[in-house]
Design a protein around this ligand. Structure first.
Ligand code: ISE
Length: 339
């Protein structure tokens, strides 16, 4: 057990990295942010003017190997994740990596294999919904058997607008739908065997050629079905809902604070404009749980296998986006099994 505060280095100080920087500095106990690194000097300048104690480093590998960094948060673009994760594994440093784990199934597989070859599990993937109190309460209801065997799940995931012009059709799958993939795997405690991604005529608010909204269907290994609408240019606000339907009843997250069961008919509440507001508590609990586990030399939460499985499902989803067909997800191709 580490008896002092965990010293954290942060790679990437865009939207999510900046959010984590403030979180670690002001809301995570027994942890301190020591150094940051981002190729965009304007971003590091802005953040160090807000948090002047930070050391700004120019090379991610130097930050990862620094003697005064105990653990790393990766909030850099997905394309940098593989190299940075491998460097953390080589240094034996625990790492909280924002989703997606990596950009391709092959690269995610390399990460799982590299982590398994190391002495201890070091990677937690940033699927923060697993720490959201309402999702956690819904999972407890499912696990208790109160809803009976889970049959169906319906997810709604709407952003007010896409974060940038690079957010094309495939990004909607890889960056947004990936949360629903993880939620379905986590709540059902099963893998997804097939995925199909369908779409109506796109909204006029999406850039030309971008397929938005999208509707994905997941077939679960145990026979359950999951539908997920992802609509990143919805204009209205940030809405995330999840309804689980079991043989004895249903439960819904996202109608306001708390979990609503079918007997408590209710509608209303505030629609936030941004995921950082909606999931602020989830992010706080996620980073606190990660930092506490690092200090105990343990790992909690979503694993590299979860990141790999989600990446495999999203890769199949991207294929389905192009050909419209239900596409099989074969996790055995990597020659690995879940641990
Ligand atoms: C973003 O990266 C997130 O992770 C948000 O949770 C999600 O709602 C959004 O669509 C993504 O772009």
């Amino acid at each position: 057990m580490l008896t002092r505060a965990l010293r954290i280095g942060l790679l990437g100080v865009g939207v999510m990295g900046t959010d984590h920087a403030h979180r670690v500095t002001s809301r995570v106990a027994n942890a301190e942010l020591t150094a940051i690194c981002d190729p965009d000097a304007a971003q590091t300048d802005r953040l160090s003017s807000e948090l002047p104690h930070l050391r700004v480093m120019s090379d991610p590998t130097d930050l990862i190997s620094s003697a005064d960094i105990d653990a790393v948060i990766i909030a850099s673009p997905g394309a940098s994740h593989e190299e940075q994760l491998l460097a953390c594994l080589a240094e034996g440093k625990p790492v909280l990596c924002e989703k997606p784990l990596t950009m391709s199934a092959e690269s995610a597989l390399r990460i799982v294999k590299a982590e398994r070859a190391a002495d201890q599990p070091l990677i937690q993937v940033g699927f923060m919904r697993r720490f959201d109190p309402d999702y956690v309460a819904m999972k407890a209801q499912l696990d208790s058997g109160a809803l009976g065997r889970a049959l169906l799940m319906h997810n709604i995931h709407r952003n007010q607008s896409a974060p940038n012009s690079d957010f094309r059709s495939e990004m909607i799958v890889r960056d947004s739908l990936v949360h629903e993939v993880d939620v379905a795997r986590w709540l059902f405690e099963e893998e997804i065997t097939h995925i199909q991604v369908l779409s109506p005529t796109p909204t006029a608010h999406a850039p030309t050629g971008v397929v938005d909204p999208q509707v994905a269907i997941f077939w679960m290994a145990g026979g359950g079905l999951v539908t997920s609408e992802v609509f990143v240019n919805s204009q209205a606000g940030y809405e995330v809902r999840c309804e689980a339907v079991g043989e004895l009843g249903s439960a819904t997250v996202g109608l306001g604070a708390g979990v609503f069961t079918r007997t408590q008919n209710r509608w209303g509440g505030v629609v936030p404009s941004d995921y950082r507001t909606r999931f602020e508590r989830a992010y706080d609990l996620e980073v606190q749980a990660w930092a506490d586990a690092c200090r105990r030399h343990e790992r909690v939460g979503p694993t590299s296998w979860d990141g790999y499985a989600a990446t495999m499902v999203c890769s199949a989803g991207m294929q389905s986006l192009h050909d419209g067909q239900a596409t099989a997800v074969d996790l055995t191709l990597g020659g690995l099994i879940a641990q």
